[in-house]
Design a binder for this molecule. Structure first.
Ligand code: NAD
Length: 263
């Protein structure tokens, strides 16, 4: 018997084996949860389906979160397949590449709307759609980043989206708490994935953080998954509205020390 035997999870945001969502899905499945998957666009199905099948999943559905119809459809399918769900994982973010370089000041209205819609509103829309299926309570986790709080070069509009995402976590937690539904965020340190690799500053960020974070290293997909398991299981039954950092302790630093010289 695993810690999540008898529980059902819906995981949004697997693009490939490097996705933080995939690490979380594996952790959930290893504790006995039945895991359903949703992917963004047709092209990703051939990557997501074999991963889903490797953890025995019978639910792999497309859902572009910019579409209310697709969200309604995927939850209707989940209701047919599972009747209830206990866990919702939101690991989705997107901004146009041109909005992740240059100045935040130059963000276009359309770029701002796209980043907020896909990276923030989608959590609200998915949580609302999941609510009727969480009649026995539930746990929702999303993924955020420290640039929501402090300026990180080039993070630009995505930082503003993450600030709104973290505020959404608190509002959703307050509104859904009376129904026994908890909502939390994991603030992950930088880690190479499909979407982060598109971010021009990633290499420098990994070096900078890895050299200066209290643990003097970057984090792993598995470390994010283990904290997700805590937040998505009964181990965190008294915790909601929280942002938990999995970042080798980087966020506690006021003035990071330069790396030790090796010569
Ligand atoms: P990833 O590219 O594997 O995952 C991002 C997912 O968002 C993809 O599966 C993509 O298909 C999905 N997505 C984008 N637009 C979508 C749409 N319209 N509809 C449905 N899905 C859509 O990268 P990841 O790093 O695993 O990202 C997962 C989450 O973790 C994101 O919220 C990201 O901001 C966050 N995060 C990542 C890092 C990092 O360094 N990798 C650090 C902190 C937080």
């Amino acid at each position: 018997m695993g810690m999540l035997t008898g529980k059902t999870a819906l995981v949004f945001g697997v693009a490939n084996k490097y996705s933080l969502a995939w690490g979380i899905a594996q952790a959930l499945a290893s504790e006995g949860a039945e895991v359903g998957f949703s992917y963004a666009i047709e092209r990703l199905e051939r990557r997501v389906r074999p991963l889903a099948e490797s953890v025995g999943s019978r639910f792999v559905e497309r859902c572009d979160v910019t579409s209310d119809e697709e969200i309604a459809q995927v939850f209707a399918r989940a209701a047919e397949t599972y009747e209830k769900i206990d866990i919702l994982v939101h690991a989705i973010a997107y901004a146009e590449r041109e909005d992740l370089e240059g100045l935040y000041l130059d963000t276009s209205r359309a770029g701002f709307q796209t980043a907020m819609d896909i990276s923030v509103y989608s959590l609200v829309a998915l949580a609302r759609a999941a609510r009727p299926l969480m009649s026995n309570g539930g746990s929702v986790v999303t993924l955020t980043y420290y640039a929501a709080e402090k300026v990180v070069p080039k993070y630009n509009v995505m930082a503003i989206a993450k600030a709104a995402l973290e505020a959404s976590v608190r509002y959703l937690a307050a509104e859904l708490g009376p129904e026994g539904i908890r909502v939390n965020a994991i603030s992950a340190g930088p880690i190479k994935t499909l979407s982060s690799a598109a971010f021009a500053g990633l290499r420098d960020m990994l070096r900078y953080v890895g050299e200066r974070a209290p643990l003097r290293r970057n984090i792993t997909q598995e470390e994010v998954s283990k904290t997700a398991l805590y937040l998505l299981s009964d181990l965190s039954s008294g915790v909601t509205g929280e942002t938990i950092y999995v970042d080798s302790g980087y966020h506690i630093l006021g003035m990071p020390e330069p790396p030790e010289k090796t010569t």
